[in-house]
Design a protein around this ligand. Structure first.
Ligand SMILES: Cc1cc2nc3c(=O)[nH]c(=O)nc-3n(C[C@H](O)[C@H](O)[C@H](O)COP(=O)(O)OP(=O)(O)OC[C@H]3O[C@@H](n4cnc5c(N)ncnc54)[C@H](O)[C@@H]3O)c2cc1C
Length: 398
């Protein structure tokens, strides 16, 4: 027998973006229903970097203390050349970062971040969470929207937020731009215990080993108990894939010739999880009447600026603020939300592609990258990143 739920706002997707949106909307008094296709609302075992910009959003959600209690705070952000092992640049990320941007640079286990959002959603009487609810059908009228799930659930609401990730069903309804763009880069991810890391590399830093057509990222999590490792390389072998097992033989081949430190890190992992990295061309088509997109559904990006989840959480706060500004008029609020967000997210999408090229440079471009970054002062770095980190905490009309 089919089941029917009536709510004010339907959110499709229970990832970081969908849960942040649920909290932001509940905070302005909206009843929301979050529909997640997976049997359980959860995140994968990997790390996530948090810029000071997203901390301003955590402050709006009343989550700063809780996030701080389970985050790690790297002392620096480093780039090393993975061919030679030499340091290219090291920027202080501790006190100076906080002084500059008001909040620190942090790293966190994805499951911990997602868990904080989920726990808060579960304690709200305004948020209904439904798992095992894969949205397949969408209908709209002048007064509302409805979705149906593969499992036979129907949800009626005044508006719909598609927070269903890079392969978004809602995006296909709103934009209709087909498959995501496969970048040709793949990421292998693993989390290891600190005692299994080579002792000389147990730094409290976010370190990116930049190499030719590849790079490796390492940083500690859970107060230094764990380390997150992400190996990225160019590959034509995979055209699609998500959270699948990696191919160790290909990884070894792609990292052949890298410095001993990088090889020693790779050698520590027996089993990697593989992600085929994809994005989409930026668009302003985020809105169709009472339906809008958020997070990766709206602006999927390569992870080279470590900002996809940060942007999704910013979206959530902006969306709720615009609904307040427009007294709950969904169509008007969604357009204002899109207008407030899309240039910024387009910049991050474009810059992330460029960063990928810089991280993977070879020959003269690699020499230029290393010489240029080595000449940067801390202040030059901070000034260069201020467009990203120095965001306003609110979109409310004065
Ligand atoms: C290697 C890697 C490293 C990264 N590092 C960082 C980082 O350091 N910092 C950062 O900010 N970002 C990072 N990102 C990006 C970040 O992971 C994403 O931008 C973020 O998870 C997007 O969140 P979301 O909620 O929009 O989408 P998702 O996390 O994809 O969530 C979408 C949810 O919708 C559900 N769903 C999909 N379709 C349906 C449907 N039809 N019905 C119901 N539910 C559905 C899915 O099951 C999923 O739970 C990284 C990404 C990668 C690949």
């Amino acid at each position: 027998m089919s089941d029917v739920i009536n709510t004010e706002i339907i959110i499709v997707g229970g990832g970081i973006g969908g849960l942040a949106a649920a909290l932001a909307l509940a905070n302005i008094g909206k009843h929301v229903c979050v529909l997640e296709q997976a049997a359980e609302i959860a995140e994968i075992g990997a790390g996530i970097q948090l810029g000071p910009n997203v901390y301003k959003m955590f402050e709006r959600l009343g989550l700063v203390d809780e996030i701080n209690s389970i985050s790690s705070f790297p002392e620096s952000l480093m780039m090393r050349d993975s061919m030679t092992g030499e340091s290219v640049i090291e920027i202080p990320a501790g006190k100076q970062f906080k002084q500059q941007f008001g909040f620190p640079y942090a790293v966190i286990h994805r499951a911990d971040l997602h868990g904080v959002l989920l726990k808060k959603c579960q304690t709200s009487d305004k948020i209904e969470l439904r798992t095992g609810a894969k949205v397949t059908g969408i209908e709209e009228s002048d007064t509302g929207t409805s979705v149906t799930t593969e499992q036979g659930l129907r949800v009626n609401g005044g508006a719909l937020v598609g927070a269903d990730g890079i392969w978004s069903t809602i995006r296909q309804y709103v934009v209709g731009d087909g498959d995501a763009r496969v970048s040709g880069h793949v990421a292998y991810r693993a989390v290891i215990r600190a005692e299994d890391m080579p002792e000389a590399l147990r730094w409290n830093s976010m370190c990116l080993w930049a190499g030719e057509k590849s790079h490796l990222v390492q940083y500690p999590m859970r107060g230094g108990e764990l380390f997150n490792l992400v190996a990225v390389f160019h590959s034509d072998k995979f055209t699609q894939g998500w959270n699948d097992f990696g191919d160790n033989e290909e990884l070894e081949r792609r990292f052949a010739g890298k410095c001993p430190e990088v090889l020693s890190l790779l050698g520590k992992i027996e089993s990697w999880r593989m992600w085929v990295l994809s994005d989409r061309e930026p668009t302003r088509d985020w809105v169709k009447g009472r339906i809008t997109l958020l997070g990766d559904a709206a602006h999927p990006m390569l992870q080279y600026l470590a900002q996809g989840a940060n942007m999704a959480i910013e979206d959530a706060i902006c969306l709720a603020d615009m609904l307040v500004n427009e007294n709950g008029d969904y169509a008007k609020a969604f357009i204002r939300y899109r207008d407030a967000r899309y240039l910024r997210t387009t910049r991050v999408q474009m810059q992330a592609r460029l960063y990928g090229e810089i991280y993977h440079a070879s020959g003269a471009v690699r020499d230029f990258r290393n010489a240029e970054l080595a000449s940067w002062s801390d202040e030059k770095f901070y000034t260069g990143m201020s467009w990203l980190y120095d965001i306003q905490p609110s979109w409310r009309d004065q």
